[in-house]
Ligand binder design. Sequence first.
Ligand code: UD1
Ligand code: CA
Length: 455
Amino acid sequence: MSKNKTAAIVLAAGLGTRMKSTLPKVLHPLGGVPMIRHLMETLDGLEMERIVVVVGEDMPAVVDSVAPCPTVTQTPRLGSGDAVLTARAAFEGFTGDVLVVYGDTPLITKETLGRLITARRAPLDPAVAVLGFCPAEPGRYGRLILAPDGTLEAIIEAGDASPEQLAVGFCNSGVIAVDGKRLFPLLEKLDNGNAAGEYYLTDIVAAATAAGFACAVVEGAGDELIGINTRVDLAAAEAIVQRRLRGQAMLGGATLIDPASVYFSHDTLLGKDVTIGPGVVFGPGVSVGNKAEIRPFCHIEGTSIAAGAVVGPFARLRPGADIAEDAHIGNFVEIKNAAVESGAKINHLTYIGDARVGAKANVGAGTITCNYDGFSKSRTDIGGGVFIGSNTALVAPVKIGDGAIIGAGSVISEDVEANALALTRAGQKNIKGGGERYRQRRRAARKPGTKKTEH
Ligand code: UD1
Ligand code: CA
């Protein structure tokens, strides 16, 4: 596709009232990133000559989310047709094709947009090419009214449609490609004499037909063209995104034992021969190296896991966790902002935060880095080959030198030299026969006739 010939207008000024949210609709996440980012990435892949996003008043977060792409503000919001007109100044002198896409229809692919542009450039030279689809429930989508020769005659919004028109299953996805020379003159002809009292972009088809231009229609797949108006739609779109991401993961060489139970982020990176057990959730910013194994029921975000590492079951890896080659992170272990060096083992019931765990160190069950004193965070540095006995509290800031051993049940608040043995437990006292004497004392104190307490 010629780079100089296509531009895009992204409509994102709508209030998203049906989401019942304080967050602008296009910022609701899909696969962990705002839905509009999906669309922007797709458009980037098409090398548009220019892209303009139409936002509403008081939407600084939307402006930030699409930066550095320029935005124009539509105020007041008078409908999707008016929204496109808002972008007019940015298209002064542009004579190529203009794609109009809706921020709430983010799952469309590059290939489908390419087909639409090709249809716009077909020999018939249609002024407008519309992407249609046949959703399972046509509901509130606009209906595509075709002429007997298969060209598009009009788009009728559901609220304005007759029962016969509502019976049409072929619907408007909202995505259109328009000849840039004809776009704005046609939009000037729109009026708002309809059920919603808005300037509908969809009326551009009737306007083009009335002006004697042809309009074309291309059919796309429903799972690319779902429009997100409610949180029910959002969940349906998320399911589509997850299906795609699971497919990509498996085709890329990862084994997913129960794909439907694994949730990815848009940016999850997986190496070859990675195995992922059931019930694993990847938040944003995770990479997993070759042959790593993620066992069932882990929650992982902002983490790098190197080749051959084993994580889980039931591990929680939080932002800044950096798990090196062949390290093992076991059940009920939480790691945050910490480097776990190669071959280290942290296998059970442990919290490691703001720390380094040196290569081949072994961290026993129930170890806690006490990194927060209620005011500030401090670091724990555990050297290579260190052995930390079970149920140890490491009160940061504290450093354990290479090869040191910490006895079980210690509270370590001072640095430990390399190869030292640190013990902080109170000495143990065994009293010969003391257990039996205690029992006798308690039995004798029991009132006659009372029953033994059940446990
Ligand atoms: C729209 C289409 C409908 C189509 C459906 C597909 C119109 C009139 N109708 O309906 O034919 O089947 O999408 O999902 O376009 N917007 C603005 N400014 C406005 C109004 C809307 O920027 O003043 C933007 C919204 O942010 C949104 C898009 O335009 O991205 C569509 O608006 P929305 O209200 O969601 O239209 P639908 O009722 O879904
Ligand atoms: Ca919509």
